[in-house]
Design a binder for this molecule. Structure first.
Ligand code: C5P
Length: 317
């Protein structure tokens, strides 16, 4: 393999349109009914043959992200090498733009991007489906990172069924100056149930189900109809842990968003807008309000990571 060959992918973030949380299983994970939408906030992941596995980072959201073997993208390289018999001798560069600890699966996107990129670099010829199955070993959100588009996720979120989306939806994502820890948010959800005397174990809580209303609205072409169906069971827990996010939600809704929703386990807040123009206006209102660190517009669905080949001059052949 020529040492001057690199593969780059754009790996998209996700927003959960539905996140319904069931009980805790004996392995510690919660049963979920989740509708994922891939949106146009991207990290760029580049893999290049090297003496040994290494990670470097750049980009506006790279602060505090580990540049070593603990990075989920490095773990993805090791896993794919192990199952394919390839040597994990690649350098992974991640140009980060997706919020970190933001509930948008940025680390999972990087891992998914590394799987897709190494599959091409090493000429493995694995299908998306096979890569997505392998991805579940890395984290609950990594399989969706491999697929992109829109999908329903069951189990702990990793068992995916692709969904039809009738139109492009326009979003604003308000990032926070702080991050949320996903395990802490799930743990707080569970202790809230225990304290209220509610069932919390998976065998005592009904299995969460896909929202038919939401999936039907997603297949249609009306963002207003979709806005009425968005649901995130983690949102009340996240806003209790971080009450300042209530002001972010109120600002975006007051500025003309059709709906505002905490992304996954937070801390990013997503707003669905009627069109791109009004998304810009909501983003401007959010920036002016001081209720978030940054506000970025995006659209979805977008496809999962697609490989682009470059040589050392940086040109796409
Ligand atoms: O799968 P992943 O490693 O991304 O999950 C991170 C953490 O989030 C888990 O260790 C768990 O605490 C929590 N989680 C959960 N139930 C899920 C997914 C994640 O409790 N379905």
């Amino acid at each position: 393999m020529p040492l001057d060959r690199s593969i780059t992918v754009r790996a998209p973030a996700k927003v959960n349109l539905q996140l319904t949380v069931g009980g805790r299983r004996s392995d510690g994970y919660h049963e979920l009914a989740s509708v994922f939408l891939a949106v146009s906030l991207f990290d760029r992941v580049t893999v290049t043959p090297a003496e040994q596995l290494g990670v470097t980072l750049s980009g506006p959201t790279s602060g505090g992200v580990p540049a070593d073997a603990s990075n989920l993208a490095a773990q993805a390289v090791e896993l794919l090498a192990e199952v394919s018999g390839a040597e994990p001798a690649v350098h992974v560069h991640i140009d980060k733009h997706i919020p970190v600890q933001g509930g948008m699966a940025g680390g999972s996107a990087d891992a998914a991007g590394a799987l897709v990129a190494c599959n091409t670099l090493w000429n493995l010829g694995m299908s998306r489906h096979d890569l997505a199955s392998l991805a579940a070993e890395l984290g609950s959100d990594v399989p969706f990172g491999v697929l992109g588009g829109a999908a329903f996720g069951s189990g702990r979120g990793e068992r995916l069924t692709p969904l039809t989306v009738g139109t492009t939806h326009h979003w604003v994502f308000a990032t926070a100056a702080f991050g949320m820890s996903t395990p802490e948010v799930f743990a707080a959800t569970e202790s809230g149930r225990r304290n209220a005397g509610l069932p919390w174990a998976a065998d005592a809580v009904p299995s969460p189900r896909m929202s038919r209303r939401l999936v039907d609205a997603l297949a249609g072409d009306d963002s207003h109809a979709l806005a009425e169906t968005l649901v995130n069971d983690l949102e009340p827990v996240v806003t209790r842990l971080r009450p300042e996010l209530a002001a972010t939600l109120a600002t975006g809704r007051g500025a003309g968003a059709l709906a505002g929703i905490v992304c996954g386990s937070g801390a990013t807040v997503g707003f669905l807008a009627p069109d791109r123009h009004r998304a810009q206006a909501v983003a401007e209102a959010l920036r002016a309000s001081g209720t978030c660190a940054a506000a970025r517009i995006a659209h979805g669905p977008v496809q999962g990571p697609e490989p682009e080949e470059t040589d050392t001059t940086g040109e796409t052949p």
